[in-house]
Design a protein around this ligand. Structure first.
Ligand SMILES: Cc1cc2nc3c(=O)[nH]c(=O)nc-3n(C[C@H](O)[C@H](O)[C@H](O)COP(=O)(O)OP(=O)(O)OC[C@H]3O[C@@H](n4cnc5c(N)ncnc54)[C@H](O)[C@@H]3O)c2cc1C
Length: 442
């Protein structure tokens, strides 16, 4: 059998080769104007906004700063692309418009930040290719195109199957759409740049400072960590999908509302340059229409494929077990990758919610933003900034996700036991779609 593992294989994000975790183990301060729990894009962005306005800010992370999704993701940067087509049926027209506006603004905000601060984060305006996994989904993508054009004025075009090899060197799909308004970053470089910006503004970031409890009320909070207590006037929780990861006590409210789902990524060894160009000729960011979707891109140097697929229905698969299974998924898209090995495999948590919407809100006086449904590079950076503004101005409503009812379920206490059931259902629906398309590749 072909060897899937490269001799240098590692169970850690490819991104960390260029930007390894940077410990931040200074003693904690005894107090700060604002304590922020979580040092991803959201926490750092909030910290920068607050520190720039003169507030003393301590950002606390349970592990090294950036441990969460912000240094583990695919680095696809966009706004509006993941808005559910049924949004208008689920919320009022005003709320739907505000959610779309926030999503649109988040993309502009993050791009502007990269440009104005000249951040060296390998930003490229690549566009996005969404591939249809069946003929019926190609038809459905036409509706998506119309929505993106109508609501955002984006430049979107259909790519029929006969022309799809201009976008992707694969015959698996039934065409797709290209959306020009989308880009890519090196996520760990973006994270480090945001950290440096927050620090330059005066914020302090601390690792290995797991928060176990938050007590008190506005103006007089006590944040209890494994390294001691910090008193704070305001507290922001920016822990997203990791909110219940380390303990059940920090925020029972968020633990019961955010559904953490593990996403798995692999990076291939360096490919011959001409092969890489054949696989993804336009260097766009790629996803497909499956419910358990594939997402893929070239590395910023254009030499590797970075690929996301679901190894098993259960969520507790380790990286070593997951690797050959994801490699097999990748080879369904590109059989030519059969003989190329994997150098890095890693996983991270994506925060879903019961209403499939991100949320910004307040519980017991503590602000939070959470649940970006796997689309948070731009959005969480922006929502962090928005939360910083809320603290500064006291405004109740600033963005489309503010103050929505945040649903939970009586059957849910933070462990998503239902994922294998939902996963089996999704997988069978995907398989039926493909079967009806006459390919039978399920
Ligand atoms: C594999 C993967 C691929 C993705 N791809 C994309 C993509 O291509 N494009 C896109 O837009 N989005 C993508 N996403 C989503 C995106 O990465 C996230 O939405 C975004 O990074 C979330 O940022 P955040 O700051 O809210 O949370 P995170 O970056 O997850 O940070 C939360 C932090 O909170 C800390 N924390 C948790 N509990 C505690 C505690 N008790 N005490 C102290 N600290 C605590 C954690 O250690 C963690 O560092 C992807 C996600 C994953 C997992």
């Amino acid at each position: 059998m072909h060897q899937v593992f490269h001799p240098d294989w590692q169970a850690r994000p490819f991104w960390w080769d260029a930007v390894p975790p940077r410990p931040a183990d200074d003693p904690l301060p005894s107090q700060a104007d604002v304590v922020i729990v979580g040092s991803g894009f959201c926490g750092l962005s909030a910290a920068r906004t607050l520190a720039a306005a003169g507030r003393s800010v301590a950002v606390l992370d349970a592990r090294d700063p950036g441990y969460g999704a912000s240094t583990r993701n695919h680095g696809m940067l966009s706004g509006g692309l993941k808005i559910a087509p049924d949004l208008d049926r689920r919320v009022t027209p005003q709320r739907a418009a505000a959610i779309r506006r926030t999503s649109f603004e988040s993309f502009a905000f993050t791009k502007d930040l990269i440009r104005t601060e000249a951040l060296q984060v390998d930003y490229a305006h690549t566009g996005r290719f969404i591939a249809a996994h069946s003929r019926s989904w190609y038809e459905r993508l036409k509706q998506r195109r119309d929505d993106l054009v109508r609501h955002f004025g984006y430049h979107v075009r259909m790519v029929p199957r006969a022309e799809q090899r201009r976008e992707i060197g694969s015959d698996l799909y039934h065409g797709g759409i290209v959306i020009e308004e989308s880009g890519s970053v090196h996520p760990a470089k973006l994270h480090r740049a945001l950290w440096d910006l927050a620090q330059a503004a005066g914020a302090r970031v601390f690792g290995n400072a797991e928060v176990q409890a938050i007590t008190g009320s506005e103006g007089a909070f006590t944040v209890c960590t494994v390294r001691g207590e910090v008193r704070a006037g305001r507290v922001i929780i920016a822990a997203n999908a990791y909110a219940g990861r380390f303990n059940r006590t920090m925020s029972p409210y968020l633990r019961r509302r955010v559904i953490p789902v593990t996403a798995y990524l692999i990076a291939t060894e360096e490919l011959p340059a001409d092969l890489a160009r054949t696989l993804m000729p336009t260097d766009r960011m790629g996803t497909d229409t499956q419910r358990w979707l594939y997402a893929f891109r070239l590395s910023p140097d254009g030499r590797r494929i970075i690929f996301n697929g679901r190894p098993r229905l259960r969520d507790d698969v380790d990286e070593r077990t997951a690797t050959p299974l994801i490699h097999r998924h990748m080879c369904k898209v590109w059989p030519a990758l059969q003989d190329y090995r994997v150098t890095h495999s890693w996983k991270g948590l994506v925060g879903f919610t019961f209403d499939r919407l991100p949320h910004v809100g307040v519980d017991d006086g503590v602000l939070h933003a959470a649940g970006c449904q796997g689309n948070g590079v731009a959005l969480m950076s922006y929502l962090g900034h928005q939360m910083g503004l809320k603290v500064l101005t006291g405004a109740q409503q600033q963005c489309g996700h503010d103050g929505l009812p945040f649903p939970t379920s009586r059957a849910y206490s933070g462990t998503p036991w239902f994922l294998p059931i939902v996963g089996a259902y999704y997988r069978s629906r995907d398989a039926v779609d493909r079967l009806l398309s006459g390919r039978g590749t399920a």
